[in-house]
Design a protein around this ligand. Structure first.
Ligand code: ADP
Ligand code: MG
Length: 579
């Protein structure tokens, strides 16, 4: 093909792709414009996950009639004049690309009246072309309505996720900006219903309550900020008490100079600060607001402005890690993990009795448990049972570290991971129940009110019918809360609020992966299974091993980890120098 300069229309669509990836990107750009325009109140509306319509209404400065058309030209901005301005930038926007880009891939209507002007302007564009422009009576501020996003770029349209997922991204974004600007009033209307609102009290805690629900907010600890020290880097926000943790890292909100960013470095700093305080694979809930002189941070890294670069990243890393860690060590109670027994019958103290696990004494208790079980009555060899499945017959000897079952087989020693093994057993049983549509659920004596918070509440309500097939009986209960009447029987006696929220995290991820039934079943098995750190009686261990033998894939857990390790008799002989 000969080289040709692309027609403006093609070029602008290509460029738009960098800025506008999905409906949430539109919301982000419009929100940022409203904040830059000095708005006090910002309303976001969406329908069909933002595909059909996105509308952002603000009461900011508005755009002057003679500039409305200009605002939609590429690289037209009121926020920057020379490249020298860039390091001192205090606005969120500066590239002058957003309005052009959004207009290029949608049907857009802007209605605006600038401060000090009598009449407003209405302008309508389609695929970037202006169809109408006329004076219009309007209140001060700006309303941008974006309809049928990507209607002229079918490839992009095909890449969009379900309306629920796209809607969730938007909801997350709005709550993030509400947290970044607690002094502004935000509201979100989803298909006509209000699903989030912040009051603009100026207090981040109030926004937190609205975003996550009171239950979670109560477990958040405010960081004091380090403005007393000489450092120009001020770290504030809220961190979760280590007893509150979630199964995904997406509850870490990072705001740098009022800009919501994704930053690996700062995420890592937070994780490091929690080191040793959270169980493996668990994440805290954190809102981190980092303020530093604009010259210290380069915001011009990516067209979507969702990444930043720090001039002195080591210093920022250290400041964040220090602030989080200090807050945790000074303010948080001593970490204790409380687990509840959820499996089997014969258990000391009876089923359902919570077992408090103190950290320091863990090893001693494990040794003790092993000792007791060794001296217990020797179990009979299981020779009277015919071999089943793909496992050799195993004789349970004891428990190691309250995590592994030690067993003897015909060819040596087996170490079985009690959690992984039980997960496998529950998973296969549960899958069979689902396949035959006979999932047993257990009614709760008293319905549980789940204060899910705006993000989770919305997800939950969308999935009620689906969750019913998995044994949950949940109904919407006004606001963002839900009423849980029954849960799958697999989840016995555990902290249901936490578990349901976790399951939502795992089964309905926001990274674009669609809701997976398989994942939900795995999650349920994982949460229902006996945990590492729980003392099991010999009878319980024997029963677990017997059930494991009956599964079709006894050697791995549903996540793919091994359920057992084998040390052959040969190897033992070799290692002991017997041959
Ligand atoms: P940028 O924000 O990078 O300047 P945009 O394309 O997002 O570029 O917007 C172009 C210009 O339009 C802005 O610089 C601003 O002057 C004006 N503008 C956009 N949205 C609003 C709004 N909601 N209120 C007032 N002015 C706005
Ligand atoms: Mg902008």
């Amino acid at each position: 093909m000969p080289i040709k300069v692309l027609p403006e229309e093609v070029a602008s669509k290509i460029a738009a792709g960098e800025v506008i990836e999905r409906p949430a990107s539109v919301v982000k750009e419009l929100l940022e414009n409203s904040v830059d325009a000095g708005a006090r109140g910002i309303k976001v509306e969406m329908s069909q996950g933002g595909r059909r319509l996105i509308r952002v209404t603000d009461d900011g400065e508005g755009i002057r009639a003679e500039e409305v058309q200009l605002a939609f030209e590429r690289h037209a901005t009121s926020k920057l004049e020379a490249i020298e301005d860039l390091p001192h930038l205090t606005t969120l926007g500066f590239r002058g690309e957003a309005l052009t880009s959004i207009a290029a891939v949608s049907q857009l209507t802007v209605m605006t009246r600038a401060k000090g002007e009598e009449v407003g302007t209405l302008m309508r564009l389609e695929g970037g072309r202006i169809l109408r422009r006329e004076p219009q009576g309007a209140t001060q501020g700006t309303v941008v309505t974006v309809e049928n996003l990507f209607y002229n770029t079918p490839a992009r349209l095909r890449f969009l996720r379900s309306q629920a997922t796209e809607g969730r991204h938007i909801a997350e974004l709005v709550t993030c900006y509400a947290m970044a600007y607690p002094e502004l009033r935000f509201s979100l209307l989803r298909d006509g219903r209000i699903t989030f609102r912040s009051e603009g009290t100026g207090d981040l805690y109030d926004v937190l309550v609205n975003a996550y629900g009171l239950e979670i907010a109560k477990q958040m600890i405010e960081m004091q900020g380090n403005s007393a020290t000489q450092s120009a880097i001020v770290v504030r926000g809220f961190v979760s008490d280590p007893v509150l943790h979630r199964s995904s890292g997406r509850h870490l909100t990072v705001l740098v100079n009022g800009r919501w960013v994704r930053d690996r470095l700062l995420s890592y700093a937070v994780r490091e600060a929690y080191h040793g305080l959270l169980p493996k694979g668990r994440y805290p809930v954190v809102i981190l607001t980092v303020t530093l002189p604009p010259e210290e941070v380069d915001v011009n890294v990516h067209p979507a402005k969702s990444e930043v670069r720090f001039r002195n990243s080591g210093e920022v890393f250290a400041a964040v890690q220090r602030a989080v860690r200090q807050t945790l060590t000074q303010r948080a109670p001593v970490p204790r993990t409380s687990t509840t027994f959820a499996w089997g019958q014969a258990v000391e103290g009876g089923p359902g009795r919570p077992v408090e696990v103190g950290r320091g004494s863990e090893l001693n208790r494990a040794e003790l448990a092993l000792e007791v079980q060794r001296t217990a009555e020797q179990p009979p060899m299981l020779t009277d049972r015919p071999p089943r499945g793909k496992l050799p017959m195993l004789r349970v000897l004891g428990q190691l570290g309250r995590t592994y079952i030690i067993a003897e087989g015909p060819t040596g020693m087996y170490l079985i991971d009690q959690h992984a093994a039980h997960e496998r057993v529950l998973h296969e049983g549960f899958q069979a129940e689902i396949a035959e549509a006979r999932v047993s659920s257990q009614r709760l004596l008293e319905p549980l009110v789940l204060e899910a918070g705006a993000r989770e509440g919305a997800v939950l309500k969308e999935r009620l019918a689906r969750l019913r097939e998995f044994g949950f009986e949940i109904e919407a209960f006004g606001g963002d809360s839900c009423l849980v009447r029954a849960v799958p029987a697999i989840l016995q006696d555990i902290d249901l609020t936490q578990v349901i929220l976790d399951i939502l995290d795992e089964a309905f991820p926001t990274d674009g992966t669609p809701f997976g039934e398989e994942q939900l079943a795995i999650s349920l098995a994982c949460h229902g299974a006996v945990k590492a750190g729980q003392t099991l009686s010999l009878d319980q261990m024997r029963e677990l091993v017997r059930q494991l033998e009956e599964t079709s894939m006894p050697r791995t857990c549903p996540h793919g980890r091994p359920t057992m390790l084998h040390v052959s008799a040969e190897q033992l002989e070799r290692d002991f120098g017997r041959r």
